[in-house]
Design a protein around this ligand. Structure first.
Ligand code: FES
Ligand code: FES
Length: 181
């Protein structure tokens, strides 16, 4: 039986076994290869996507559990690499081999959608499930701070009454930028 879900804002219907992992559906059924296979056991984070805004390991997520939900992959984070995390990643030149990086970016985007100004320890905690064999962790941390600063710079003038935007407003702007749709 076909399973209906929304991927990167578009309704999709996939006729696959209900226990097929979401990662398989993305890569093999839909041809969206930006999300990577690393371990297949929820140990490396390479396969991270957002499901209803939550960073999730797609390698262990049965497609049946995603029915009716909203999935965002690296391909849908922004139409033109304009998401603050993508811009920061480019500016800091984070990737080395690049294999882990779509998962890293998706975890970072989910973190910033919830916490607009994370500390080093909050970044480390949120990103600890994303393994990088090339050891780009220092640059990842720097890029998350840079993305947070970019977002803050664009968000602060938003209110005319002098009040700072609420966390909800910041989240809304990040979601609208593609962070957690
Ligand atoms: S491939 Fe999913 S966590 Fe490693
Ligand atoms: S950049 Fe090579 S594994 Fe992370």
């Amino acid at each position: 039986m076909a399973i209906q879900l929304t991927i990167n804002g578009k309704p999709q219907s996939v006729d696959v076994p209900p226990n097929m992992p979401l990662l398989w559906v993305l890569r093999d059924t839909l041809g969206m290869t930006g999300t990577k296979f690393g371990c297949g056991m929820a140990l490396c984070g390479a396969c991270t996507v957002h499901i209803d805004g939550e960073a999730t390991r797609s390698c262990i997520t049965p497609i049946s559990s995603v029915a009716g939900k909203k999935v965002t992959t690296i391909e849908g984070l922004s139409p033109n690499r304009s998401h603050p995390v993508q811009r920061a990643w480019i500016e800091v030149d984070v990737p080395q081999c690049g294999y882990c990086q779509s998962g890293q970016i998706m975890s970072a985007a989910a973190l910033l959608a919830k916490n607009a100004k994370p500390s080093n320890s909050e970044i480390d905690e949120a990103m600890k499930g994303n393994i990088c064999r090339c050891g780009t962790y220092q640059r990842i941390r720097e890029a998350v701070h840079r993305a947070a600063a970019m977002h803050a710079a664009s968000a602060k003038p938003a209110r005319l009454d002098g009040a700072l935007p609420t966390d909800d407003a910041l989240d809304k702007q990040l979601v609208e930028a593609g962070g957690a749709a």
